[in-house]
Write a protein that binds this ligand. Structure first.
Ligand SMILES: Cc1cc2nc3c(=O)[nH]c(=O)nc-3n(C[C@H](O)[C@H](O)[C@H](O)COP(=O)(O)OP(=O)(O)OC[C@H]3O[C@@H](n4cnc5c(N)ncnc54)[C@H](O)[C@@H]3O)c2cc1C
Length: 431
């Protein structure tokens, strides 16, 4: 096997299709779920694909387009098959350097030997245990994504009186969904002084539905013996600590938690891929190649994306690069010293974290705090001095939305001339 793709969500499918279109025929997509398509199969709302397909699609429609593309190309896939472990054998430079061990009910344990592996396992939701919220442990506390699966795929309503903690996109979408299904959605509480969701979702899912959003507010206690009976909410200060005296009891039988996503990187860590503590995903170069040669990462396993169109774009880069590497080797890239890319100021992280500087590329980033009327500045550090390479203005940058900073051929050759001798350092910051 030349390429093994781990995970058959939008990232894995786009990477596989791109690798095929770049000439690779010996590849497989391995997916643990019953069907391909990933988390999008339960996202039955619209709003997907405006950038990639120039059309507004539902999640399943978006996923189906990639499933169809994979089927048209007759790309092999194994569903109901969980990848348990990936091993790297650098001592076999001419042979297959990776072993991918999987488990499936029909085939038992399978080992695929591969030249390249594309990690596209997506992410999972943070749950109550991650928050350490005090109180009892009754039935009725769900992650928002689980509630979404129950309502949209299994036809089960988790409850009737709902409080939602967290105003990220999943929480917002589920506020509207539960209301449309007949629940009394009492409020969405958000610990930050601003929502983590897209502006269009705040308008369509909360304002249009008359669901109140309480900012700088969190759940501080959970009540109920068998079934959830209510929660205590409280205002928080600027350090996100509850303010004594602001507690309020809200009766509800269901609490949905939409408190963040965690890239699912157990396989990557076990493989000793170098990780970025801020993104929770592997560190990669502009090809989305990790610190292990021939191991690529893309999609939510790399960093949590705001829209799936960016996932498709990123995964196409990874798939093409993996195919290119297998076809022609990576000698040019190995010879290039390249540059580290660091985040500074209000830039929380960048992807990639390293660039080989062979071709024009884009840096994707997120800010830590909302910021109006500013600019992103990319600087090169040379002998302790900073040299501005490019700036990109923005009207408003918010943590929930990813920004793209393209580095063109002219800027690239300037960087190359600065870092001709040794690995350089680029810094992306906001001003
Ligand atoms: C509620 C919700 C609402 C959203 N709304 C929007 C929206 O309105 N617009 C938009 O553009 N985007 C939206 N998104 C984001 C979009 O769904 C994601 O960006 C996209 O699905 C990420 O693709 P992925 O392939 O990286 O991950 P996933 O879709 O999670 O796919 C990963 C796949 O890997 C498989 N996998 C994991 N581990 C293994 C293993 N060990 N072995 C085999 N298979 C494995 C999983 O089963 C899964 O199928 C939303 C997401 C959610 C959850």
């Amino acid at each position: 096997m030349n390429i093994a793709v781990v995970g058959g969500g939008p990232a894995g499918l786009a990477a596989a299709v791109a690798a095929y279109d770049a000439g690779e025929r010996d590849l497989i997509v391995i997916e643990r779920d019953r069907h391909l398509g990933g988390i999008l199969q339960q996202c039955i709302h619209n709003g997907f694909g405006l950038q990639w397909f120039k059309k507004e699609l539902t999640g399943p429609e978006y996923a189906q387009r990639f499933i169809d593309q994979a089927e048209e190309r007759k790309i092999e896939s194994m569903t109901g098959t969980m990848v348990l472990e990936i091993q790297y054998h650098p001592e076999q430079p001419e042979g297959y350097t990776k072993s991918v061990f999987c488990l499936s009910p029909s085939c038992g344990v399978i080992e695929y030997q591969a030249n390249a592996v594309i990690l596209s396992m997506g992410c999972r939701e943070r749950v109550r245990g991650n928050l350490k919220t005090p109180g009892t442990r009754p039935v009725g506390i769900y992650s928002a994504g689980l509630a979404q699966r129950l309502v949209n795929l299994e036809g089960v309503m988790p409850g009737k009186e709902v409080v939602i903690l967290g105003s990220g996109d999943i929480g917002l979408i589920m506020a509207r969904r539960m209301k449309w299904e007949g629940a009394d959605v009492k409020m969405v509480c958000e610990i930050m002084p601003y929502s983590a969701g897209l502006a269009r979702n705040i308008q369509q899912c909360l304002i249009d539905q008359n669901i109140p959003l309480h900012l700088s507010t969190t759940v501080v206690n959970i009540h109920g013996k068998d079934r959830l009976e209510g929660v205590t909410i409280a205002a928080v200060d600027e350090k996100r600590q509850p303010i004594p005296g602001t507690e309020r009891y809200v009766s509800c039988d269901t609490l949905l938690l939409s408190v963040g996503l965690l890239p699912e990187n157990e396989l990557s860590r076990a493989l000793s891929v170098e990780m970025d503590p801020v993104t929770g995903g592997p560190k990669v170069d502009e090809d989305r190649e990790t610190s292990i040669p021939g191991v690529y990462a893309c999609g939510n396993v790399l960093h949590v994306h705001d829209i799936v169109d960016f996932v498709s774009k990123e995964s196409t880069i990874a798939g093409e690069a993996a195919a290119r590497q297998i076809a022609s080797g990576n000698e040019e890239k190995t010879a290039s010293k390249g540059a580290l890319i660091k985040a500074a100021g209000n830039v929380r992280y960048t992807v990639p974290q390293h660039a080989s500087l062979l071709n024009p590329f884009s840096i994707y980033c997120r800010v830590g705090q909302p910021q109006d009327e500013g600019k992103f500045t990319l600087k090169a550090l040379v002998n302790g001095e900073e040299k501005v390479i490019l700036t990109k203005k923005f009207v408003r940058a918010v943590p929930s939305e990813m920004a793209e900073i393209p580095v063109n051929e002219k800027q690239l050759s300037e960087i190359r001339s600065l870092f001709a001798e040794e690995e350089g350092q680029l810094v992306l910051t906001t001003e």
